[in-house]
Write a protein that binds this ligand. Structure first.
Ligand code: PLP
Length: 472
């Protein structure tokens, strides 16, 4: 391997230049935003078997190969990318991945990456403070009763939801870790929660029947008037509710469930309040948008994906709890916050994560926050939200187009006359310039835009609408 290290700087420079050229072509719209060759054909082009058998993928061959790879990548940097809740990463995110790929400090235990662990502590503290809980004490200063905020990073919002719900169950049913599920539990959820919530219920052995839906209004936003009836429905089904999940914001519509009435309801019934802020907790970063999460400090747990709205390459997801003792109970019985040896110099996140080995996710987010500053990060989120409101007006102003709901976040659902959204999307994708998704809402199917890219402009939207008119 030593000769590979000798070539490393040259190779890295070459690839950095290729990436910059790739981005330039994305911005100029010279290449398809999305193109999906059949996997057989693509595998042939990339000659995987040849390189695996013979080796030698370095220098010029590596550069040539990377050109083909990038040519067959989905171009998030293109203004026409409006399909999914995945960040256009700040370049410092790429540098963080480069450094991690090199030093490989798999830091779930402190001794395997003190600097990376400290970076995780720092970004978790930033997030905790944005919620309004203040920062986590240093490990040695965690109070005996564990009543101080805490958090960790994990590999995605789905795993983050699972981790938070394990903590919620551990508080209500402390014997479960050792004895398995005995009581029939119920988890109150909004209409159309992210599928990972149902999946967590399945993994936890609660069964998806444990999900009791709180009705939403016509937009699907949780209706506080149905909280008590939903609680009663759970009891009538012979189940004991232990937590309420709110979508802040919902994946389909980008709308926020109201936290304050939900928090009052949870306090009354001693339920755990979990905020699924995978996408929308980022609104906490800006004074212009944080009102959507009013009352969030009353929650017990919050999840927040940096790889969605915080310009961070995937993955980097946070589980944040108001009381550290709750998180410490997620993965074992008789929760004690004293797992770590208080004499050790750092902190082992491994005690509370599904992962054993974990990537240095804190470095990813920190290098970006450190470059943009928190004000810059807040502006990044607020600008994407504001832009989406403008796009909604632009779409509504065009004859034949209607939006599903007034957007709150950077997710926008719309229709053209009575055209089937799935068919439209198929044609739009075939033309390769615009990449969007679809969603079923209010008994209809809608085209769905997620505005992640600052280079998406009113001209981009005009071009998309023109194309839709031409297709239909
Ligand atoms: C995206 C999303 C998730 C899942 O997050 P991943 O990082 O994709 O696993 C969970 N909940 C909501 C509301 C989301 O938008």
């Amino acid at each position: 391997m030593n000769d590979a290290f000798e070539r490393f700087v040259t190779s890295a420079k070459g690839i950095a230049e290729q990436l910059v050229a790739y981005r330039r072509r994305c911005l100029e719209g010279q290449e398809p935003t999305v193109r999906q060759l059949p996997i057989e054909e693509l595998s042939e082009k990339l000659r995987f078997n040849h390189w695996i058998k013979n080796g030698g993928l370095t220098d010029q061959p590596l550069s040539d190969w990377m050109d083909t790879y990038l040519a067959n990548s989905t171009r998030l940097h293109a203004p026409g990318f409006m399909a999914h809740q995945v960040a256009i990463p700040h370049p410092n995110g790429a540098l963080a991945n480069l450094v991690y790929g090199f030093d490989n400090n798999a830091m779930n235990i402190y001794e395997m990456g003190p600097a990376a662990s400290a970076a995780e502590y720092a970004v978790i503290n930033w997030m905790l403070s944005k919620i309004g809980w203040g920062s986590a004490p240093w490990p040695k200063d965690m109070p005996e009763d564990g009543a101080a905020p805490a958090g960790l990073l994990t590999s995605g919002g789905s795993l983050a939801n699972l981790t938070a719900l394990l903590a919620a169950r551990a508080r209500a049913f402390p014997d479960t870790w050792e004895q398995g599920n005995s009581a029939k539990a119920a988890l109150l959820v909004p209409e159309g929660p992210h599928y990972s919530v149902a999946r967590a219920a399945g993994i936890m052995g609660l069964g998806t029947d444990a999900l009791i839906t709180v009705a939403g209004d016509h937009r699907g936003v949780l209706d506080p008037k149905d909280l008590e009836p939903a609680y009663q429905r759970a009891l009538d089904a012979g189940r004991r509710p232990f937590a309420l999940v709110l979508a802040c914001c919902a994946t389909g519509t980008g709308l926020y469930d109201p936290i304050e009435p939900a928090a009052a309801f949870c306090a009354k019934h001693n339920l755990w309040l979990h905020i699924d802020g995978a996408h929308g907790a980022a609104a906490l970063a800006s004074v212009q948008t944080r009102h959507y999460l009013k009352g969030i400090e009353a929650a017990d747990s919050v999840i927040w994906d940096a790889h969605k709205m915080l310009a961070t390459p995937s993955l980097c997801a946070a589980v944040l709890v108001k009381h550290g003792r709750d998180l410490f109970g997620a993965m074992r019985q008789n929760a004690s916050y004293l797992f770590h040896d208080k004499d050790q110099p750092g902190y082992d996140f491994i005690e509370h994560t599904v992962e054993c080995t974990k990537t240095a996710m804190g470095l990813r987010l920190f290098l970006i926050l450190g470059a943009m500053g928190e004000q810059g990060m807040g502006d990044h989120v607020a600008q994407l939200y504001a832009k989406t409101t403008r796009f909604a007006q632009q779409i509504q102003a065009r004859p034949g187009f209607e939006i599903a709901v007034e957007p709150q976040a950077n997710i926008l659902c719309f229709r053209y006359k009575d055209h089937n959204a799935l068919m439209l999307r198929k044609e739009i994708l075939r033309k390769e310039r615009y990449y969007l998704s679809t969603v079923d809402l209010m008994g209809k199917s809608w085209l769905r835009l997620v505005i992640m890219n600052h280079n998406t402009t009113t001209e981009t939207i005009d071009g998309l609408l023109n194309q839709i008119e031409q297709i239909s």
